[in-house]
Design a protein. Structure first.
Lengths: 307, 335, 322
């Protein structure tokens, strides 16, 4: 009976709380989130807008970001035909910023997706199986956490070669240690729960155990970590591109645009530096806000005195 | 002996998610010099908040003292400036807290935590403060006092830490000592030692003591008079004997029923009060105890009874039916 | 406590070895041939081709003919005996001289940033906590969020843009050692240090604030207030030491992010530190330099973590006496 009642992965107490709480529809839940975390809600809206821009970049952009090079229109100030001016090759900065959102999000989601999945597999297995494997994983994670994030990503890009896919992979590797550490520790705490012990005693298989009981419990914190890290990954991508180690030109990466702008065009065409930077900062800022709000809502355990 | 402390209609509120909580709701009592007073009630009844209010140590926000007077040595503490108040805290009124494990600062030596009070209030030089601290530690029964001054709290056991807390509290020979659940976190044998220590030292120094506890057994043994609190109000007051033998409020009667007693048949001696302590932000209009009271009627539901007695004695209670209750039957029926 | 420190120091050695294996391994995951990659890039840049002989010569020069474990041991040993992995492919300058020249610059920049941040962040964090949820707290928190979300290279670009267009001044070109020309040195170093410190102090302010809030709610702070201590003593004597323990630990870990920022800003401001060299080497596929400098940066970071661990044991009596 006890096992049956808790087989859903929740304690009896959780169920009581669940029953006491009025049932809400998705819309009501969203409304509640918006009222309690206005900053989080606003940032969610901004990010949906951003995804929309990235998705419909060809429709929104007024020019082709790479091919429309008009020598006569080089370094033109913002105007009705070029909202954000033109760059040193006569390309439309607005269109490049719009397409840049695409690159940032592609790299961001690629890195986060790859990094969290890999990290969770390693972390959950390491935490669940324990023993020598866990020991080795722990040491490697400790050491990798000591690597400055951008240095680790740089090493990987140097080794793999620069391309959108490779930058994504490099950044994913850089976040793996964090995900491993987090999913391992939540695995360890779930492992000691009575309902998991009970399931072990009645001989539930390992795979089932991990899928049914442990994974669901680690998803929340990992999701919070991933949202918070997304901003960091996007900055790192821009940083690599800024250093000339990211997605190679002529791709309109925001970091790459800043790199070109900083090479002698700053005085003549400040818009080449200002607009990509504004876009980048706004995205990072909103991800940080959203991460904060999600952390409060989804994972009270991570909550600290700050907000 | 004169009156040392007079509390008049003290009110302290807290802002919470559910609204304003009246943690202390019009509490009045007085205390004679050298007297030991018990303040008893379940956790959450406002007894600790009322003690912290005396020292004006309510964390603000979310808490706030909204009214009342606390006359201590002929001045109203509520009207003093923060600076004047500081010269009273730890000096004339000292406090011992419940958690000996966390009430001492983990990164400062015991010596530092002892000497700072006498340096601050009595203007002792560092050397004199150290001498005084050794004296105090010996007084509370800590062996090898001088060498222990350089120890840190984690090197002491719980009982020893509470002795240190007592030494700190008594370092300036206060007129009033507030002991807030001072022994609750300790083992039973240590509890008795600590209470004896407080009792002996306060007698020696002529210090008045307010013992704040949920344990009526403690109060019966050490207090001269007892105030029983429920839902932010005092609901019964009398001498320890009166409260213990002829409790008039059904709540006090319930509390006494739930104290293990050696003089009652083992089979029957534990009763309990039905229900839970009330939410202080959702109190009923009449007597707060109505939802848990087996004797409640419409009068009780409509009007809060005043703290008084039918025959004009000092044993007062806030219950319309209090006078109907005789001495507590020591042998109780099974609930 | 000696035991604690000894254990930490002993653990440091396998950690370093593991780190070096990781760096070595990462740079060898490229499926192709390092020599080919280098020559391919040179060829692409120079517009010419390369011959079989060139490949063979470069392979021999880089020691690529040895089996991987031998390559690793040779490199690791050179890190210990002071050769630091030989020399640069591009400039043929020995790595030992590159490191001797550039490491102090990066160290200086890091120290300036950390000092600036601590001076600013600790008082601001305390202040922010004491005024929790009142307007000074909000202003400081906004500033902190901005500092943490604007990429430092963009802030740097804006700053340079502002200085050039609005005041007509920009940091002087070239770099001077602090012992040679301190004024010139500071004119160059102060800007990246300030920008890095904004972010770093934003983080430090945040953890000081939350640590302070946590400590102010502790029972022992209530005890201190009940003793009649004023706010000054309550903060200085009873709260700050307890706050500094987490601040030191978390601050030490965050230096890793700071180092990343140093790498970028050294390039932007033309400061000849390790970061500038490692980026130039990465762009130029100068594998020996990338490998050894990455190891130096990681060594620096891990060494700092060790120092923080030891410092921690001095601050916290619970560790000191265990």
């Amino acid at each position: 009976m006890a096992i049956e009642a808790t087989a859903g992965g929740r304690s009896a107490f959780d169920q009581l709380v669940e029953e006491a709480r009025p049932k809400r529809t998705l819309a009501q839940n969203l409304k509640r989130f918006a009222r309690r975390k206005p900053a989080g809600a606003i940032s969610a809206v901004v990010l949906i807008l951003l995804a929309f821009i990235a998705l419909f970049a060809p429709v929104i952009a007024t020019h082709d970001p790479i091919r429309d090079q008009v020598a006569a229109e080089r370094l033109e100030a913002p105007s009705a035909s070029h909202f954000m001016g033109t760059d040193n090759l006569g390309r439309d900065v607005f269109s490049r910023v719009v397409y840049g959102a695409r690159i940032s999000l592609q790299v961001g989601f690629l890195a986060i997706g790859l990094g969290t999945v890999t990290g969770m597999v390693i972390g959950v297995l390491s935490g669940y199986l324990g023993g020598k494997l866990d020991l080795v994983v722990q040491r490697v994670v400790d050491v990798l956490m000591g690597f400055p994030f951008i240095i680790l990503a740089m090493l990987l890009v140097v080794a793999l070669g620069a391309s959108l896919l490779n930058v994504g992979i490099a950044l994913s590797v850089a976040i793996v240690p964090r995900v491993v550490r987090l999913s391992r520790s939540s695995t360890l705490s779930v492992k000691e729960e009575v309902y998991v012990l009970a399931a072990v005693t009645i001989g539930v298989s390992l795979l089932r155990m991990v899928l049914r009981h442990i994974l669901p419990n680690t998803l929340g914190p990992v999701f919070v970590l991933a949202t918070g890290a997304l901003g960091g990954v996007i900055v790192a991508e821009a940083g690599l591109a800024f250093l000339g180690l990211g997605i190679p030109p002529p791709s309109p990466s925001w970091g790459g645009m800043l790199n070109i702008g900083a090479r002698g065009y700053m005085e003549a065409a400040p818009w080449m530096v200002i607009f990509p930077g504004v876009a980048l900062s706004a995205v990072v800022f909103t991800f940080a806000l959203l991460g904060d709000a999600l952390r409060d809502v989804l994972d009270p355990r991570l909550r600290r005195g700050d907000s | 002996m004169g009156t040392l402390l007079e509390v008049r209609d003290l009110r302290t509120e807290f802002n919470s998610e559910g609204g304003i909580v009246k943690a202390v709701d019009g509490v009045s009592y007085d205390l004679q010099e050298g007297e030991t007073l018990g303040l008893v009630g379940e956790s959450g009844c406002g007894k600790s908040v009322s003690a912290l209010s005396l020292l004006r140590l309510i964390p603000n926000p979310p808490g706030r003292i909204v009214g009342g007077e606390v006359i201590f040595e002929d001045q109203d503490l509520m009207k003093l400036s923060e600076r004047q108040m500081r010269s009273i805290r730890g000096n004339k009124i000292a406090m011992i807290f419940q958690e000996p494990m966390t009430s001492l600062n983990p990164v400062l030596t015991i010596g530092r935590q002892l000497t700072e009070t006498v340096e601050l209030h009595m203007g002792y030089s560092p050397e004199a403060a150290v001498r005084r601290s050794v004296e105090l530690l010996e007084m509370v029964g800590i062996p090898d006092a001088r060498s222990r001054l350089s120890n840190y709290p984690h090197q002491f056991s719980g009982g020893m830490r509470q002795r240190v807390m007592i030494a700190i509290a008594l370092s300036c020979s206060p007129r009033l000592l507030l002991a807030d659940e001072a022994t609750t976190a300790l083992d039973v044998t240590i509890q008795a030692q600590i209470l004896e220590l407080i009792k002996n030292l306060s007698t020696e120094l002529g210090t008045a003591v307010i013992i704040i506890t949920h344990n009526l057994g403690v109060v019966a043994r050490y207090a001269d008079r007892v105030n029983v609190m429920y839902a932010g109000k005092i609901i019964e007051r009398g001498t320890a004997d009166e409260i213990y033998e002829t409790p008039k409020h059904p709540y006090t009667r319930g509390l006494l029923g739930s104290v293990p007693r050696l003089d009652v048949d083992r089979e029957d001696r534990l009763a309990s009060i039905e229900g839970m302590p009330p939410d202080l932000d959702r109190l009923p209009p009449g007597c707060s105890f109505v939802p848990r009271c087996p004797h409640a009627d419409d009068h009780c539901r409509a009007e809060m009874p005043p703290l008084s007695s039918k025959d004009g004695t000092e044993h007062v209670y806030a219950c319309w039916k209090g006078h109907e209750f005789g001495p507590l039957e020591l042998v109780q029926t099974k609930a | 406590m000696q035991k604690y420190i000894a254990r930490r120091v002993l653990l440091f050695i396998p950690t370093l070895i593991l780190a070096s294996i990781l760096i070595f391994g990462i740079l060898r995951i490229l499926p192709g041939d390092v020599a080919l990659a280098i020559l391919g890039q040179e060829a692409a840049e120079g517009g010419g081709g390369y011959t079989e002989t060139q490949i063979r010569e470069l392979r021999a020069e880089l020691g690529l003919d040895d089996p991987l474990p031998i390559q690793y041991v040779k490199w690791a040993w050179s890190m210990v005996n002071g050769e630091f992995g030989g020399e640069s492919i591009r400039s043929t300058e020995p790595l030992s001289s590159i490191i001797a020249r550039r490491l102090p610059v990066t160290l200086q920049l890091t120290v300036y940033t950390v000092l600036l941040s601590i001076i600013v962040a600790v008082p601001l964090g305390v202040f922010s906590a004491l005024y929790q949820d009142k307007w000074p707290d909000y202003v400081l928190r906004m500033g902190a969020i901005l500092g943490q979300s604007m990429p430092n290279f963009w802030i740097a670009l804006l700053l340079l843009l502002f200085m050039v267009t609005q005041i007509g001044w920009s940091p002087p070109l070239g770099y001077s050692n602090i012992w040679v020309d301190p004024f010139h040195h500071l004119q160059i170093m102060i800007w990246p240090a300030l920008i890095l410190a904004w972010r770093f102090s934003a983080y430090m302010t945040r953890i000081t604030r939350s640590g302070m809030l946590e400590v102010l709610a502790q029972d022992y702070v209530r005890t201190a207030k009940a003793k009649g201590l004023g706010q000054g003593l309550v903060v200085r004597r009873h709260s700050l030491p307890n706050v500094l323990i987490p601040v030191i630990t978390l601050g030490g870990l965050e230096v890793s992010t700071l180092l990343g920022g140093t790498v970028i800003l050294e390039n932007l401001f033309g400061i000849p530190g390790l970061g500038q060299e490692i980026v130039q080497a990465s762009v130029g596929r100068d594998f020996p330099v990338v490998q050894s400098l990455a190891m130096m940066l990681v060594f620096f970071m891990l060494g700092l973590n060790l120092v923080v661990d030891i410092a921690y044991s001095y601050v916290d009596p619970r560790v000191r006496y265990s």
